[in-house]
Design a protein around this ligand. Structure first.
Ligand code: NDP
Length: 419
């Protein structure tokens, strides 16, 4: 029996909340707190008749550390699940430390204002030293290691699907199938179709910033950076079919590179259709992906935020999306001196997800692991003082929970490799 404070009430949060409500033996009480309280109230009303979980709601600007600390102290949760935006990560970690509760999130920190000179100086130094230029990285949150350790609190970072489940797949492969892992290819395939010419499956600002950034991968412990979308492969995904996929920078590569230094190469690929890429390139060329404010008719606007206003809300894609996702990791390595390969993946059906919780599979595949990560922490199965990613704990209870809570996985010991 535990009490969870959930921050944010968007696409991913809606699924995490639905799953907490299905799991009321563990989550006997939840409080949904977000910037727009009416959204929290609507979600609470939807699930209240179906669950024993006691649901309350609150309005919070998570950037206001004092107000958030007060909310945490008033509600007294066992842990805080941050499913707002990566911009809020550090403020929420600060409030958790202040109030003495565990912290869980699904995406690593990035700043909202990438023109902030203080942030930029540190960022530019990191680009030079480490060799990758994505706006998001783990250094900001890893810097909290000592504070969480001293406070005896756990911060579990990145418990979505990728990162999150993919990193657990790595720990599982290492524990049960390999003596050494040589290569990891993380493949994220969305074979879903929502019928729009252009829409993003989760927060457009975060999604477009991720996708339009240069790609990078890790080889022999070093980053190799390439122009955005310049490495393309085709892969025949089980239950989805042949898709084009592109090498992207992705946050779990950083943590896996640090925690599994034996691995010689770690890459991440995501599938995109031609229409998505054409739209994105055009929007980028005209400056619509910029985060730098511009004056328009006397009003200051941020282009990418204005674009978000124009695009379909990812939360509304559920009823329109058909098809399946296939996300997983392909490994090569050695076991008992012999070469070995392995593919661990999950297939998720957009329409099934919508039937169950009213969301498409992208929110589902992130919201379910968010609930599972919170469950690992509040049940004490994954609890050690400090700041950790999901590959740093025993993968077995998490893998069991994936099967139980809607994301069953498959192990293929003879997969086709990506060249
Ligand atoms: P949405 O934009 O749908 O939802 C974000 C929510 O956060 C909204 O409810 C928003 O409130 C709220 N919010 C924003 N700013 C604040 C603030 N200052 N204080 C309080 N609440 C705030 O995003 P998604 O649900 O698509 O994504 C949620 C998170 O999941 C993101 O961090 C994203 O990066 C991550 N993610 C992780 C994935 C993974 O596999 N690891 C995959 C997909 C997403 P309002 O309604 O007022 O705007």
């Amino acid at each position: 029996m535990s009490r969870l404070l959930i921050i944010g009430c968007g696409g991913v949060a809606s699924v995490a909340i639905a799953k907490c409500c299905q799991n009321s033996e563990v989550f006997s009480e939840i409080c949904i707190a977000s910037r727009t309280k009416s959204k929290c109230d609507a979600v609470a009303e939807r699930w209240r008749p179906t669950t024993k979980t006691q649901i309350t709601t609150a309005e919070i600007d998570a950037m206001d550390v004092a107000a958030l600390t007060k909310l945490i102290n008033d509600y007294k949760p066992d842990a805080v699940l941050n499913v707002a935006l990566p911009y809020q990560d550090l403020a929420i970690m600060d409030a958790c430390l202040e109030a003495g509760v565990h912290y869980i999130d699904t995406a690593n920190y990035e700043p909202e204002d990438t023109d902030d000179p203080e942030w930029r100086a540190i960022y530019e130094k990191r680009c030079k030293e480490l060799g990758f230029s994505a706006y998001f990285d783990y250094s900001w949150q890893w810097a909290y290691q000592e504070k969480f350790e001293k406070a005896g609190l756990t911060a579990l970072l990145g418990t979505g699907f990728d990162p999150g489940v993919t990193s657990v797949f790595v720990a599982y492969a290492k524990k049960h199938y390999f003596d050494t892992i040589d290569t990891i290819d993380i493949l994220d395939c969305n074979g879903g179709d929502h019928g729009y010419k252009f829409a993003t499956n989760f927060n457009p600002e975060i999604n477009l910033r991720e996708v339009s950034a240069p790609g990078s991968y890790m080889e022999n412990g070093k980053w190799v950076e390439i122009p955005a979308m310049s490495i393309k492969r085709e892969y025949d995904f089980p239950q989805v079919g042949m898709k084009d996929m592109y090498l992207l920078h992705h946050e779990e590569i950083e943590a896996l590179g640090r925690n599994f230094p034996e691995v010689k190469r770690i890459r991440f690929f995501m599938t995109f259709g031609q229409s998505y890429l054409d739209h994105m390139r055009c929007l980028e060329d005209v400056g619509m992906l910029s985060t730098t404010p511009v004056m328009h008719n006397g009003v200051e606007i941020v282009p990418i935020q204005f674009l978000k206003t124009l695009l379909p809300d990812p939360a509304t894609l559920g009823p329109r999306t058909k098809g399946k996702t296939n996300i997983g990791c392909i490994f090569t390595g050695k076991k008992d001196g012999k070469e070995k390969k392995l593919f661990i993946y999950n297939v998720c059906d957009h329409e099934e997800c919508y039937k169950e919780v009213g969301s498409q599979a992208i929110s589902y595949t992130t919201g379910v692991p968010a609930m599972i990560g919170a469950m690992m922490v509040v049940q004490g199965l994954w609890k050690k003082p400090g700041v950790f990613t999901t590959d740093e704990f025993d993968p077995d209870p998490y893998m069991d929970a994936l099967n139980k809570w809607g994301l069953p996985w498959v192990v293929d010991e003879n997969p086709v490799l990506v060249d």
